[in-house]
Write a protein that binds this ligand. Sequence first.
Ligand SMILES: [Zn+2]
Length: 589
Amino acid sequence: MTLPVISEGEFVRRSFLASILLSCALAVSQPSSYAQVKREKSKPPVAAQGKQDKTKPAATPAPQEKRETAKTAATPERFGNVEAITAAQLKEWLYVVASDEMEGRDTPSRGLDMTAKFIADHLSQWGVKPGGDDGTYFQKFALTSRRVEPELTIASVNGQSFKLGEGFIAEPIQGQASGRIVYVGHGYMIRAKGIDAYQGVDVKGKIILAVEGFPRGVSFQDIHSKKEGEDYDTPETYARAQGARGVIYIPSQSTLSFWQNRHQFSLNPSRLRLEGPRQSGAKIPVIYASEKMVKAILDGEKLDYEAIRKQASQGALGEAFDLGAGKQASFNVNAKVDSPMTQNVVGVIEGVDPLLKKEYVAVGAHYDHVGMSQNAEGDKIFNGADDDGSGTVGTLAIAQALSKSPTRPKRSVIFVWHAGEEKGLWGSEFFTDNPTVPMEQIVTQLNIDMIGRSKKEGDNNPANKDLTGPNELYVIGSKMMSTDLGNLSEDVNNSYLKLAFNYKYDDPSDTERFFYRSDHYNYAKKGVPIIFYFSGVHEDYHGLADTADKIDYQKMEKVTRTVFAMMWRLANAPARPKVDKPLTPQMAN
Ligand SMILES: [Zn+2]
């Protein structure tokens, strides 16, 4: 679970319908087993009857078709090999995944790679099919950090040289530009607002000179959810699309005030991030000119530095124009890129139905955590037992139980352990942008993130006030996109372990924003209905004491079995859950 981030979307989140109960209309539209299960609700849960022998897989269930017709009120619903999932096994694995040897599973890190190998070795042992790159369990992806190298980063105007840091500062984008200059004001093109800074000029083969900052009456909010390059262009995207050679900014007041900080910042490796195709694609070099350099550029032109500053302060920049034919600028930015690799871990268990096996139930967790503390004394390792060691081993237990199941469901099941969740949902963003099975064939994603803790009787610690009890679980998103999915989820729980499902965080006015804070969100954005299973934040959330000895393994067993049961039902359902309430554009941004 990532820390909360305030997003612009927060204030425009749509209201969605509150819990929708199983309606009569839906009950008739569902397969007959639904109605049967409903009749069985008064029966004791399967677990109470079926716990005699945990060392062996549960008794072979009847084949699916037979079960559905032969089931009577006397035979409770079976969920395949669900009882192969045990507290003891979950505990054994979690003591490995959350051990100090894994060094807090930062992304990227040696500990994360070791954890990936731990997961993949098990999948291989059980004969789970690799679902990553080139027949492996790993879906590799690169992270990126950039910085400016002072050596060979130079600029000149008509032969007059300027020094990096004094005369100009550079964006860490490798490139070289030289040629004539065209002034374009703010340099924005915003189609919906009829803003076009490029009327009357052609920028091809030239260097764009733009005043840094938004046009008057335009803010970040206006373009945040719009398509760059289609709905709007910045000076940089316009320059790239129209064949300009580079961009020189006349700096804003804020850049001038923090000139040295911005310069130093550009020389340090930037924080690692996941770059999409748009960010990592061909870019053009960008510099910010000092007052002295701007004056040299505008020397003898129809607008001078003072006039432009005055216009900028009034939000009234003049029209675009070509600078004199004799005016030449030239600059070179030498930038270095670090691209460490990390990976998701992916496995597939194929279904048995010749048609439905092309559809997938996705089960996932994030196997990364936040690494090691820079300044703690003594213990420095964030073990992340609950966050999300619990989901990591829960997903592993589901894969094991399914792989050893005497019968297989109709649909296939894809297991994805995501990296970089704590850094900004990187692994799930990469997977959903580069899926190893077609996204539209994923019928639901079940995300398990933090299912290991429970609130003890008499615990009055305010930090634990929202932690769920031993038989309770937050279920998030199940009713948000698909009425079918919400009903099926309730139905599975009512016919099996009867956990107390808590829908508190499905409240649209909830300020914790949990729906946006774990990997399922990236699946939801692509239109895949999701369920997020979560036991709540607690005193050790993102702390050094989120350790394996604090886990309620009995609860983890119940939750993991409940997710397995849901996966089993989804994988066998005659029809995939219908998305009748797609996310609004605001929720998907
Ligand atoms: Zn977290």
